[in-house]
Design a protein around this ligand. Structure first.
Ligand code: ZN
Length: 491
């Protein structure tokens, strides 16, 4: 399978890169020789740290907006040849450069240590990359080959993904819609495929495989979106011994189509004939409703005898999204309805204008964390950072600090509660819009479950939700519901 392909390619890659390195090093040494003969010896420095001579070149790649930077060492005692992508997006560029810098630093430090202890040794560092494009997303697969002296050679693969239009860096949570259920199924697929791979099976370390395929997002962040498949890369010498090279798992989009986000789902028609079973919890967000009361809901029951208009709070999670959120705003305006948007800080960062327009249209903005992790499994400083960063960016963009928080998957515990002053908001009507992706089903879930004081959960990242919203609003308006924000509901 893929892992085999990569192992077989390395010797060839080594030869090409080594030859290139030698040629360039020889050429440059000659130039240096001439240069040094013409100048005084005052410029010679013993410390290689900051003055390491190397040649940097930049060329346009075949992928629009992407440049290939090549850096070749001119120091024969510390040879390297490094290639990496750069774009017009600073954050992406910095991320890649930081990765390269760390590797170079470690490599040169190893060499310095070696120089002190031994006289003769050789070393090598090569980094090259391959680019995939799928659905407008670039995936860069950086292959690193490194050894110093007697140290065992190391192969590693590091991936970066970029939407070249928006600058958004795509994470695994983006690909699988932030769904815990999707993550669980993905983890099952990956584990199965590792054991199906004949080139890996005899080298796998079962205990490590179990740990590194556990359904946590962090386990699957090293991946590429190739043309027909998604490819996951594991760390060298981690879940399998060295003989296995870099373990790789490829899963065709077709086999996991229903788990992917709408925009990534293949163009063939997705069968949606089976009806979701409402009697069973289908995802983490649904689970949580049984464990905890909805804090803001309690007062609505008390106002029963007052002949007042029924109220409902529409909530939209996981945005903002440039297409869907904008359409939802239009529909809400048509019905003069106010709603609440629980936004991800990372997406507010990409789409500040959309977040601002939600606020300016009079809707409430809530905090839904920065990257959508399961906070019950996160460390305290991570929880704090996820919440604080998001509140900060929402305030930066709108001028208004959010007062409410919806934990990703509805998952929280006492620890999470203690770490924030924001009010914890769940829901009682789950439209399961992320699952059925069906505009007409949106209305049937609302019809079946909405009562006075209900909080309805939807997501402003699915086209089908934008498609079905008009009918939902028409139905609720006809049945005398007033549309209020979460804060208004709890007044
Ligand atoms: Zn969410």
């Amino acid at each position: 399978m893929k892992s085999k392909k990569f192992r077989e390619r390395f010797p060839l890659l080594d030869i090409i890169l080594t030859c290139t390195t030698i040629l360039l090093v020889l050429g440059y040494s000659y130039l240096l020789f001439i240069f040094q003969n013409n100048s005084t010896s005052a410029t010679s420095k013993k410390d290689f740290g900051n003055t390491m001579p190397s040649t940097i070149d930049e060329i346009e790649s075949n992928f629009s907006g992407i440049k290939i930077v090549t850096e070749i060492s001119n120091d024969l005692s510390a040879p390297f040849a490094i290639q990496y992508p750069q774009s017009k997006h600073i954050q992406f560029n910095d991320e890649v450069k930081k990765y390269i810098k760390t590797i170079k630093y470690n490599y040169l430090t190893d060499i310095a240590t070696y120089k002190k202890s031994q006289k003769e040794f050789t070393s090598e560092l090569n980094i090259s990359f391959e680019t995939f494009e799928h659905n407008g997303i670039y995936s860069f697969v950086m292959v690193k080959n490194e050894y110093v002296g007697d140290n065992e050679g190391q192969i590693n693969i590091q991936t970066f993904r970029l939407n070249p239009e928006t600058g958004e860096r795509i994470t695994i949570e983006n690909v699988f819609d932030f769904r815990l259920q999707h993550l669980k199924e993905l983890s099952k697929h990956i584990e199965e495929r590792l054991y199906e791979d004949e080139t890996l099976i005899n080298h796998l370390l079962p205990e490590q495989v179990a740990i590194h395929t556990e359904p946590v997002w962090e386990n699957f962040q090293n991946f590429a979106l190739a043309e027909d498949e998604i490819i996951f890369y594991f760390e060298y010498n981690k879940i399998a011994n060295r003989d296995a090279g870099v373990p790789i798992v490829s899963i065709p989009y077709q086999t996991i189509n229903s788990l992917l986000t709408e925009s990534l789902q293949a163009s063939f028609v997705n069968e949606m004939t089976e009806k979701p079973d409402t009697s069973q919890p289908v995802n983490g967000e649904h689970d949580a409703i049984e464990k905890e009361e909805i804090p803001t809901d309690k007062e609505n029951v008390e106002n029963k005898d007052v002949p007042k208009q029924k109220r409902v709070a529409l909530t939209f999670d996981d945005g903002p999204d440039p297409k869907v959120t904008t359409r939802i705003l239009d529909t809400l305006e048509k019905y003069d309805a106010k709603a609440t948007f629980f936004m991800l800080g990372s997406r507010v960062e990409y789409y500040p204008e959309i977040a601002k327009s939600v606020y300016e249209a009079g809707h409430e903005l809530g905090n839904h964390s920065w990257t959508h992790p399961d906070l019950t499994k996160a460390k305290n400083d991570k929880i704090q950072k996820e919440i604080d960063r998001t509140s900060t960016i929402i305030e930066e963009v709108t001028g208004q600090k959010p007062e409410i928080f919806r934990p990703p998957y509805g998952a929280f515990n006492d620890n999470v509660l203690n770490l924030t002053d924001l009010s914890m908001i769940l829901w009682d009507v789950d439209t399961l819009d992320w699952k059925h992706r069906n505009a007409s089903q949106l209305l049937s879930y609302v019809k079946q479950n909405t009562i006075d004081g209900s909080i309805i959960l939807m997501h402003d990242i699915h086209t089908s939700t934008a498609d079905g919203l008009d009918a939902v609003l028409a139905y609720l308006a006809e049945n005398d519901y007033q549309f209020v924000t979460i804060s208004e509901l709890s007044e």
